[in-house]
Design a protein around this ligand. Sequence first.
Ligand code: S3P
Length: 442
Amino acid sequence: MISLEKATHPLKGDIFVPGDKSISHRSIMFGSIAEGTTEITGFLESADCLSTIECFKKLGIIIDHTIRPTNGVPTITVHGKGLHGLSAPASTLYTGNSGTTTRLMSGILAAQKFDSMITGDSSIERRPMGRIIKPLTQMGADISSTLGNDCAPLKIVGGKKLHGISYRNPIASAQVKSSILLAGLYADGETVVYEPALSRNHSEIMLSAFGADVHNVIARDGSATAILKPGMPLIGQKINVPGDISSAAYFIAAALIVPGSELLIRNIGINQTRSGILAVLKQMGADITLLNTNESGEPRADILVKYSELHGNQNNVFEIGGKHIPTMIDEIPVVAVLAATANCDTIIKDAAELKVKESDRIATVVENLAAMGCDIEATDDGMIIHGGKPLHGADIKAHDDHRLAMSFAIAALAAKGTTRILDDNCVGISYPTFFKDLQSLL
Ligand code: S3P
């Protein structure tokens, strides 16, 4: 448990946050099935990404953690064995709390000669896996939910010949898209994944850098297609992982919420499929400036944020929905916290996916903001927040959801009295040093 009080002075400083979680996972996975070594700097050493490392070690990949003698930079080296170099695991692959590990690795395992079993913690065993079982089965894979409930544990029978498919995913999901594309690397023809809006495209960017023939096509209406042609070997690369915008989001929110604050958050990934929070907050009046932008590979920049009073449009309502949602899906809990302090009503819609994250984030955000005195209601696909009522401290139940624990630590900075985050350890899933980094600014 951790206790936090209302911030008494502005937050000022120049900070770094740990590496991007999505990119870190992919660097291990793609490095493992590439030929030669992949050297990763800026890797996120959090529980989720360590789960990916452990799984690929069990699949016979040597992964070293060293400090570069020349500059002292921690480096992860993955000794890839090529597309067909993985070996049968001796026991069930355990993915912990990580949906990305579970879904992406399933795409790779569906194409192997050997059988495998995958499971994770109690949250993973509740999350929907039918969304990958269906397309992978269409490709010719033998993958099933052992309990018959479309959840993990998943059993994958090896030795199947995979075919390229054209798949229309009804939701924009990078985990589903990436799982299909990874299986597509082994298929006998082209794989096409259509989605209603472009979900984060880190897989496409990194697979292409490794030598795969893959690209995105975006239609005028914003719908997107990822197209992968198999046949190219993957070649190990040097990867520098930018800071995670999902982790930076907590400090962006902290600066916006505490009067007089000004924070410079360095080297953050600003890929457009991830940076919806910046666009949305700017529309709400946030003073956010990008500095030192570097567009090569995964784009990155320093983010300068100054305290701002957030507001709605002319009717004093702000609506967040549609194509913005996939680009800020993991940031919605902290945006809801900001909306609670804004002098407007905020409607978050088209976000039913929140229900199948590490917790049901519609229910858990509404429960905890209401406990702090916010006037908020849950809807089928989001929530309506009547902002501006003063928040007070409360006991926060994060439901072992890292993004909840961190979002409510930020809410605490604007709340009168003491806020206690009851299950604070879960921040280790994506940001182990979060509370230390936050305390250093208070
Ligand atoms: C992720 C994709 C998103 C996101 C998750 C990480 C990824 O999930 O919420 O935290 O790394 O591909 P969905 O694909 O389920 O939207």
